[in-house]
Ligand binder design. Sequence first.
Ligand SMILES: O=P(O)(O)OC[C@H]1O[C@](O)(CO)[C@@H](O)[C@@H]1O
Length: 441
Amino acid sequence: MGIKFTVQGEAVQKQELSALSGEVVRCHEALHNKTGKGNDFVGWVDLPQNYDKVEFERIKKAAAKIKQDSSVLVVIGIGGSYLGTRTALDFIKSPYYNELKKDTPDIYFVGNNISSAYLNDILQILGDRDFSINVISKSGTTTEPAIAFRIFKQLLEKKYGKGEAAKRIYATTDGAKGALKEMCNQEGYETFVIPDDVGGRFTVLTAVGLLSMAVAGVDIDAVMAGARASMEAYAKADIWQNECYQYAAMRYLFYKQGKTIEILANYEPHMTSFGEWFKQLFAESEGKDGKGVFPVSANFSTDLHSIGQFIQEGGRYFFETVLWSKEPKTPAILPFDEADGDGLNFLAGKELQFVNSKAFAGTMLAHMDGGVPNMVVEIERMDAWHFGALVYFFEKAVGISGYLLDVNPFDQPGVEAYKKNMFALLGKPGYEELTAKLEAR
Ligand SMILES: O=P(O)(O)OC[C@H]1O[C@](O)(CO)[C@@H](O)[C@@H]1O
């Protein structure tokens, strides 16, 4: 398996983990037998094996057409309909994917905020270049992507006419219902399906993530192969044979010990958005019924010069999970300098990855000395295969850790509260009573 999970030093609590092993088996069975809370949303468990192979080929075809007729793909979506896709591109390609030399279209993400400045910047970047749209929304009613879709659809129709525009719109949505699905039926957009039993934050291995990946030239077969390898590697109920479950159980133990925040740290800007994806996955899955580990992310060594002080000496209510790639994406060597004014010649000729690895090792020991438990999720390299493998590792872990907490890890009822208030304050028809109440406050 290409992922290695370890708990560092004193933090390993073998006895406590053993005591949890029965509970872990119970959670495993609930997940695999579909008898646990939210059991109609566990389609992601065997997705790497059971995905729609016919649609998979259609995704490749659509990607080939986009590559051929578009300089830009505008991807519209928020939350699970955005973060995984963004993460895949940054992790497998680069956060500078658009700026780097390539023979694939630029990809820009919109509909993940309501900022007019952001929207205008993208419109300016787009200019008069040829483009296509991938609008992604499982519900089809989310405000942020709906606003962006209205704007970019009008732009597309103005540029190409309604008929040609419809051929440049790819919709990824529910297979049967929702506002977006209805538009697809009326306008004849090519449509990809978000399976009914896969919730938004678990969809990156569906058309949601795969279409943009394919457009960017990512080997999506390798992504699915990596996910499948994880699916097989983490299928055993026995905690001692399942590192993914060890991770889930350790999180639970730390939580019970009052460590209620998890920092997912990385040492690669290519992994920054992985932290964003991880935050949604764990926050929406665990944060309910007054429970859950609050997920945050940190980008080292950058953040060692900002929040590093707090991690070392501030309140002791968190633990750290480090996401580490053994190989650098591309190597670089520190050159020799005759004058050695910076005193760095002792490192001349060394790989930057070597320096980064010592920053990692030194930081981990310092943080552990400071009372922060550390765990490591290590991969060989940041490629398509390892992306798929990692996605599944964390999805499986959150399923088990949600069940250990005895919450439904597959719903997100709390997200509705802000939406209701926003609609009421915007004066949406049907919200009159709430509008009056909120305005009185
Ligand atoms: O794909 P949709 O339905 O537009 O939802 C986007 C996101 O909004 C939420 O429903 C709530 O934030 C997420 O769970 C989801 O990933």
